[in-house]
Design a protein around this ligand. Structure first.
Ligand SMILES: [Mg+2]
Length: 245
């Protein structure tokens, strides 16, 4: 097993977080994952995706993974705007560096699905801009496809209708991955203030390694793996300032 300190063959996407530097949201997310969330049986129902033979299904989160939406504009012009149906507010959307290149390359190598906990009305406006010809993202899943637990929206890959050895979920929030720890890749949360960011390029390299594996889950478990980080927190709750047994 190769954990911390090993050759960073997988790039920054799978680094162990700097626990002392987590913001409050991420700290709460990791606490939820390590101490409050228990894995559970998959919900009954038809698969979320139509049948398809694929080498690897890459499921991508949207907000703070591919783009960032703010209610106030920064000095830098947004890439585009969206309208929120209920509040009638305007959202200023900034696209993560390399996001469109990432989608174009990834779509040639993998089945690319976007799975967001956001509303469909908002997400479709963003995705119509990110993938205007609908050539890159083969399916879109929204909040209504998530599993809600304690106010958190979890993304259960087991409901997709894909073999679990051939599917990976990329998300900036560890909470989203609670029901599929072995298939998750946590990326850093990107916001528009961060102009220099290469995480999506690193992610492409990691995914290219994943597609070559007989079992992606096994590969991710053995290299860092989300489960490793959760186990680390359960053994050392003081790492995130949690006083649990
Ligand atoms: Mg997100």
């Amino acid at each position: 097993m190769e954990f911390e300190g090993s050759e960073p063959a997988m790039g920054v996407a799978m680094r162990t977080p700097d626990w002392s530097q987590l913001d409050d949201n991420l700290r709460a997310a990791w606490r939820f994952l390590a101490f409050e969330c228990t894995e559970e049986p998959v919900q009954e129902g038809p698969p979320l995706l139509p049948p398809r033979e694929v080498g690897l299904t890459v499921v991508l989160d949207l907000d703070e993974t591919l783009s960032h939406c703010r209610l106030e504009q920064l000095e830098k012009k947004p890439d585009f705007c969206v309208q929120f149906e209920e509040s009638k507010a305007t959202g200023y959307v900034y696209v993560r560096p390399f996001a469109q290149l990432f989608l174009q390359v990834a779509a040639r190598l993998f089945e690319v699905v976007v799975f967001t906990a956001s509303s469909q009305g908002y997400a479709d406006q963003v995705l119509d801009q990110l993938d205007p010809d609908r050539r890159c993202i083969s399916a879109r899943l929204y909040r209504q496809h998530c599993v809600e637990r304690g106010g958190a929206f979890l993304k259960d890959l087991r409901r997709l209708g894909r073999p679990m050895e051939r599917v990976v979920l990329v998300d900036n929030s560890p909470v989203s991955l609670a029901l599929c720890l072995d298939n998750g890749i946590v990326v850093s949360s990107w916001t528009a203030e961060n102009r220099v960011d290469r995480e999506l390029l690193e992610l492409l390299l990691l995914l290219q390694q994943c597609v070559q594996q007989a079992s992606v889950a096994q590969f991710l478990v053995e290299r860092y793996g989300l489960r490793y980080m959760v186990d680390m927190l359960r053994q050392q709750p003081e790492l995130i300032g949690a006083e649990f047994g």
